[in-house]
Write a protein that binds this ligand. Structure first.
Ligand code: HEC
Length: 179
């Protein structure tokens, strides 16, 4: 919980910084009173946020992953499939980035995909813990992201989906069961 709060604060700060940057920062101008440091790309923020945001391995989640029902995960994954592919190619024609190999991948790192700044600059790497927290309530985990998905409340359902994504990512492309 303290972690999440710290993350929320980091994000809020970050969003504030972005808001500042959006008004095409007249670098000199006499006025801009507040947020003096804001207009510059906040190089330090992702690192800082990342350090705070990276969740530690959670034994309970690991146990649920170990006991995951992949068939159920496949069915539950249908919710994701509307927007995500599970193929290695970056270009999937879907509204979301491919989830092939997402575990261990830096957030916002599929080349050519137009991520939100919230994801792009989150500084996190998608571990199971991170995806679990994201899927619980995406809008809360990274405020300002553009994944329009309310979240999944059942922890085992989330674990089943994560395990399914992991299993699919381990398969060679030709055997992909879920496009
Ligand atoms: C309505 C469409 C939609 C649905 C449904 C959806 N997503 Fe997403 N997802 C997105 C979009 C769009 C993004 C990019 C978010 C951003 O840049 O803010 C995203 C991003 C992600 C990311 C981050 C990927 C990266 O490369 O950083 C993960 C992980 C993810 N989604 C997992 C899931 C899972 C698992 C499900 C199903 C339980 C799901 N999503 C359902 C649209 C969706």
């Amino acid at each position: 919980m303290p972690c999440l709060r710290a993350l929320a604060v980091a994000c809020a700060l970050f969003l504030a910084a972005c808001g500042g940057a959006e008004s095409p920062a007249t670098p000199d101008a006499a006025a801009p009173a507040a947020e003096p440091a804001a207009p510059v790309e906040p190089a330090a923020a992702p690192v800082e946020g990342g350090a705070t945001a990276q969740l530690a391995p959670d034994p309970q989640l690991q146990a649920m992953l170990a006991a995951a029902d992949l068939n159920k995960g496949k069915v539950l994954y249908l919710q994701c499939r509307a927007c995500h592919s599970l193929v290695p190619e970056a270009e999937s024609g879907k509204i979301g980035p491919t989830l092939y190999g997402v575990l261990g991948r830096a957030a916002g790192s599929i080349a050519g995909f137009a991520y939100s700044e919230a994801v792009q600059n989150s500084g996190i790497t998608w571990s199971a813990e991170q995806i679990d927290a994201w899927l619980t309530r995406p809008s809360q985990f990274l405020p300002g992201n553009k994944m329009v998905f309310v979240g999944i409340q059942n922890p085992q359902d989330r674990a089943d989906i994560i395990a399914f994504i992991q299993a699919e990512s381990a398969k060679p492309a030709a055997e992909q069961g879920a496009p």
